[in-house]
Design a binder for this molecule. Structure first.
Ligand SMILES: CC(C)(COP(=O)(O)OP(=O)(O)OC[C@H]1O[C@@H](n2cnc3c(N)ncnc32)[C@H](O)[C@@H]1OP(=O)(O)O)[C@@H](O)C(=O)NCCC(=O)NCCS
Length: 173
């Protein structure tokens, strides 16, 4: 597996990222979408992320196996002026075909290292309460829970907890 820190935003990258994200959402993944995102939505999102990376306000990591995109993740610095020292890990997504092979762990660890290097003070994330694989992964990399909104995430008639995690670099050695 290779990890790229700035894959750029060529059309092929956006297309592959869209395939991974839309397929995961189709399978019920908790990525913030109820319906699979449109190609244009993913391209727009990636455009926003790449602009933030270029401005020093984010990090985007992509994982490749045999030159095929198999996963991506990113964090963005908070826009709110009083939250500027901090960033939010917004999406980590791995192609279902390679789940359980360490890609998600490698991506998340690389994003954490980027945040530390960028001088981020607190890296936050939120996840759906039933996403136990993801929550286990984040805890194993040092994140701790700091809050929970019960039955907040709405998927049709179903409701799930929204769980908030943080990694405070100021409290680490
Ligand atoms: C969560 C996700 C990114 C993990 O990626 P992955 O490449 O499968 O994860 P890894 O192989 O690096 O494994 C990391 C941990 O996840 C868990 N895990 C991953 N796949 C698993 C599987 N098929 N069965 C059981 N546990 C699994 C394990 O706890 C593992 O910990 P370990 O290394 O101690 O065994 C991936 O499952 C995914 O894309 N899910 C859908 C999108 C999503 O929910 N993203 C997170 C939003 S907050």
């Amino acid at each position: 597996m290779e990890l790229a820190s700035d894959p750029g935003l060529d059309a092929r990258f956006a297309e592959s990222a869209h395939q991974i994200l839309a397929d995961l959402v189709r399978r019920g993944a908790a990525l913030g979408w109820v319906e699979p995102p449109a190609r244009r939505d993913v391209a727009e999102l990636l455009g926003t992320v790449v602009s933030a990376v270029q401005a020093g306000d984010g990090s985007l990591r992509a994982a490749y196996v045999d030159r095929r995109l198999v996963g991506l993740g990113y964090w963005l610095r908070y826009a709110r002026p009083t939250h500027r020292p901090h960033a939010d890990l917004e999406k980590v997504a791995v192609d279902a075909a390679v789940h359980g092979r360490g890609v998600g762990r490698a991506l998340t660890a690389a994003l954490i290292a980027d945040a530390r290097r960028a001088g981020i003070e607190v890296l936050t994330l939120d996840a759906r309460g039933d996403n136990s694989n993801a929550l286990h992964l984040y805890r194993s990399l040092g994140f701790t829970e700091y809050g929970r909104l019960p039955d907040f995430v709405a998927v049709g008639e179903r409701r799930y907890d929204k769980v908030f995690y943080m990694l405070d670099f100021r409290r680490q050695g």
